[in-house]
Design a protein around this ligand. Structure first.
Ligand SMILES: Nc1ncnc2c1ncn2[C@@H]1O[C@H](COP(=O)(O)OP(=O)(O)OP(=O)(O)O)[C@@H](O)[C@H]1O
Ligand SMILES: [Mg+2]
Length: 457
């Protein structure tokens, strides 16, 4: 994951570099092109000035010749205009060539020859004006004027060629910088595209890694969930099993007590009765002792019955749930002195459900006597088509359900029994305590081994 992230950072850096490089290349090529264009413009200007100078010199010469030969002063106008223009053009050329030292020598040479040519033309006009006909004709016929003109043309052509060369160089520079920018931009665009492509691939890889991690996490969570569910199911199974065993043990003990101890006590009672019947004459305190023995045996039998009843309510299997609950609550009312209101609707329930309800009411009443400090208790059994609700309500002090100790098993056992039978338990401790169980009329399969056995007391 971190490797992919660092790769992404490299990509972002590449993209940034590509953008900067593109801007740099475009700026550089712009600068170079502008410089080259400036050079071209200057070269053009220099050429046109040189050409103008040449034209002006020719104009001045033809004006001078026209005047000398025709004596017509109208020719002096173009002559003067051309001479004036020559000065100006020379100034402009000097300005233009100021940054080109290699050309300034040539320009100075041209200037000198032009000055000489102008001086010669001026001299011949002055001689004409002074009437020195032979003198100006001589000047005109010498080769000097033509030589000067040729020299001017040669030097001007050199300058023009130089400016042409500069123009060509300028164009070549523009083309080069355009080519450079073209290549650069293509290259940079290719790099940017590659970086973008890599970025897409890596972000895709990142997505996939994220998804894989998500899936792994989900699988881990599912596994944990399954483990928790399985362990809870096992614990529930174990608790149900232990409860069943407990009920079976109790039933077994009740049966043993009833059958073995019951028959022993009964046999002993019969023997004592027989001994008592055979006693005759003065037997001292024997009758009194036998009477005491019979009472002791009767107490033993009564104790045995109570223990059996406690272990396994015979009323439940003998009389059914409603009478068993009535007996339980009546006895509890007598023992505790609490006001108990009972409303029990008859219902067709299987034995497991009956035992669940009986044990629930039993534990709820025990808790009330232990903790509630209540005055009134209300017990309801309401019967519906396919379920029943049992509620035990007291007006005592209530309690904090969250603060119940782990070591307390009464409420837990209650909930376990109810849920194992396919029902639901609600405990409300807001005002007093109300315990409500909703149970199906027939228990779920698996909870059905809590068969109450009927030890006759
Ligand atoms: N009706 C009630 N009124 C007030 N407090 C109650 C009531 N029923 C239960 N409690 C409180 O809830 C706690 C848990 O009750 P529970 O029956 O689960 O355990 P226990 O009675 O303390 O122990 P055990 O039932 O295992 O012998 C009790 O200790 C008591 O504080
Ligand atoms: Mg309890």
């Amino acid at each position: 994951m971190s490797r992919t992230l660092s790769k992404m950072a490299v990509n972002v850096a590449c993209a940034l570099f590509a953008v900067l490089a593109m801007i740099g290349i475009s700026e550089l090529s712009y600068e170079k092109s502008v410089d080259a264009m400036d050079g071209i413009a200057q070269a053009h200007l220099a050429r046109s000035h040189v050409q103008r100078l040449l034209r002006d010199v020719l104009d001045a010469e033809s004006g001078q010749r026209g005047y000398l030969l025709s004596d017509n002063t109208a020719y002096l106008e173009p002559y003067k205009a051309a001479v004036a223009d020559i000065g100006q053009t020379q100034d402009q050329l000097r300005e233009l060539y100021v940054l080109q030292p290699e050309q300034t020598g040539t320009l100075a040479r041209l200037g000198r020859i032009v000055q000489r040519k102008l001086a010669e033309m001026d001299l011949s006009i002055r001689m004409k004006n002074e009437g020195k006909e032979d003198a100006w004709r001589f000047v005109l016929t010498t080769e000097v004027g033509k030589e000067q003109m040729d020299a001017i043309r040669t030097i001007a052509n050199q300058l023009i060629e130089e400016s042409n060369r500069q123009t060509a160089n300028g164009y070549a520079a523009v083309r080069r910088s355009l080519l450079l920018s073209r290549i650069g931009i293509t290259l940079v665009a290719a790099i940017a595209f590659a970086a973008f492509w890599l970025y897409l691939r890596q972000s895709d890889a990142l997505d996939r890694a994220g998804q894989r991690q998500q899936l792994a996490l989900q699988a881990e969570r599912d596994l944990l969930d399954a483990q928790v569910r399985e362990r809870t199911a096992r614990l529930t199974e174990l608790a149900t099993h232990l409860q069943q065993i407990r009920e079976e043990e109790r039933a077994h003990l009740a049966r043993e007590l009833h059958d073995e101890l019951g028959s022993l006590l009964t046999a002993a009672k019969l023997d004592v009765a027989r001994i008592k019947a055979k006693l005759s004459g003065d037997t001292g305190d024997l009758p009194a002792r036998i009477e005491h023995l019979i009472n002791t045996l009767n107490s033993g039998i009564a104790l045995k019955r109570r223990i059996i009843e406690d272990l396994r309510p015979s009323s439940l299997s003998n009389l059914g749930l409603i009478p068993a609950l009535e007996i339980l609550t009546r006895e509890f009312g007598q023992r505790s002195g609490l006001e108990i209101t009972v409303n029990l609707e008859p219902a067709e329930l299987d034995e497991t459900i009956q035992l669940t309800i009986y044990r629930l009411v039993q534990e709820a009443l025990t808790n009330i006597s232990k903790y509630a400090e209540a005055h009134n208790v209300e017990i309801n059994l309401l019967s519906y088509k396919d379920h029943v609700t049992v509620s035990v309500r007291d007006d005592g002090k209530g309690f904090d359900l969250q603060a119940v100790q782990l070591s307390a098993h009464g409420l837990q056992g209650m909930r376990h029994r109810v849920e194992a039978a396919g029902g639901r338990l609600d405990i409300n401790t807001a005002a007093g305590t109300t315990i409500t169980a909703t149970l199906p009329v027939a228990a779920l399969r698996g909870a059905g081994r809590q068969q109450p056995e009927s030890p006759a007391g």
